[in-house]
Design a protein around this ligand. Structure first.
Ligand code: FES
Ligand SMILES: [Fe+2]
Length: 336
């Protein structure tokens, strides 16, 4: 009975939680041509109007279903490549060039679903509602991303793993000194510790009880109308100090996830310039090596199926707390 319930929750979460803002691509990925994306199992076209404003719609022409991302932007409308039907920024069909009658009678009744979109911190964010008639909540992103005292870089990757496994990995500081034990940044500290989790109004914090400021020793989960994770890694040099990482996991489908690690530092003057220079020539490669270790492990875990035969210990408290929180959020959204 218990197992059945658990599987039910899992299927609810497989493709991402709804009523959440997710980052779907980098700003730089959408230029004068429309971009076709698949996120949370949906085909989405993201495009810019002549003012540079972002719009996002279902990537499916209402005429015969062709992908609109194969078309082009013409006079602030999205024109389908197949027969030239055009949609304005609200998704309204405005032109049916093959038939003036259809344009007058049919087009006013056709409108693409418009996703709420925002462009912030070098990323494009979309809101994925469960019900389209509810108001869209404001997008909350980590304050570091829009705080001028911080400076950072975006790292993006696509992993062949379910999005929850990526979040669980971030709720599991004890993997640091093992999986990344030979890395420059995550080799220090003890291999044994107890974990503590603390709920707060936005989510929870998981932390090692016996160690702070040495390795990946804690992470903080924000889980409201957006989901993200904050953690610190102490850098031994270049310059020495805290590297703050803000992490996001956007489901592509049940087995693939778009992951973002935004690496920010609170530095000014020459230290900021030095770090930005060193990031390009040195740190980025080190960090990519570390997340590649995560990717290989997470892709080896067999997706959500991995949980059917797992054995958790007290060092997995963060994983347990995360699952509890996600299930609570999913349960709120399930029909009563
Ligand atoms: S399928 Fe788009 S115009 Fe025909
Ligand atoms: Fe890791």
């Amino acid at each position: 009975m218990r197992a059945e319930k658990q599987i039910g929750f899992e299927s609810e979460l497989q493709l991402g939680l709804r009523n959440i803002w997710y980052p779907v691509c980098q700003s730089a990925g959408v230029n004068e041509r429309p971009a076709g994306l698949n996120r949370l199992g949906l085909d989405i076209v993201v495009w810019r109007d002549s003012n540079g404003r972002i719009h996002a719609h279902e990537d499916r022409c209402l005429h015969r279903g062709a992908k609109l991302s194969l078309g082009q932007v013409v006079n602030d409308t999205l024109r389908c490549a197949y027969h030239g039907w055009c949609y304005d920024t609200s998704g309204q069909c405005v032109t049916i060039p093959t038939s003036k009658t259809a344009e007058a009678k049919l087009a006013p009744r056709l409108r693409l679903y418009p996703f709420e979109a925002q462009e912030r911190a070098g990323l494009i964010w979309l809101y994925f509602p469960e019900h389209t008639d509810r108001p869209v909540p404001p997008l909350v992103i980590p304050e570091e991303l829009e705080d001028g005292t911080y400076s950072g870089f975006i790292c993006e990757a696509e992993w062949q793993a379910n999005w929850i496994l990526i979040l669980e990995n971030l709720a599991d500081p004890m993997h640091g000194p093992f999986l990344h034990g030979h890395s420059l940044t995550l080799s220090r500290g003890s291999l044994e510790d107890d974990m503590r989790t603390t709920r707060n109004e936005n989510g929870f914090v998981v932390e090692r009880e016996g160690q702070r400021g040495v390795n990946f020793d804690w992470s903080e989960f924000y889980c409201r109308d957006s989901i993200w994770v904050r953690l610190d890694i102490p850098l031994p040099f270049g310059p020495k100090g805290i590297l703050r990482i803000l992490c996001f996991a956007t489901p592509i489908d049940e087995n693939r996830t778009l992951v973002y690690f935004l690496r920010y530092r609170n530095l000014s003057g020459w230290k900021r310039a030095y770090w930005r220079f060193l990031y390009g020539v040195f740190w980025e490669k080190q960090h990519l090596r570390v997340i590649e270790q995560d990717r290989v492990i997470l892709e080896s875990q067999r997706g959500a199926e991995s949980r059917r035969a797992e054995h958790l210990s007290n060092s997995d408290r963060g994983v347990t707390e995360l699952r509890k929180l996600l299930r609570e959020k999913a349960a709120c959204r399930m029909p009563q």
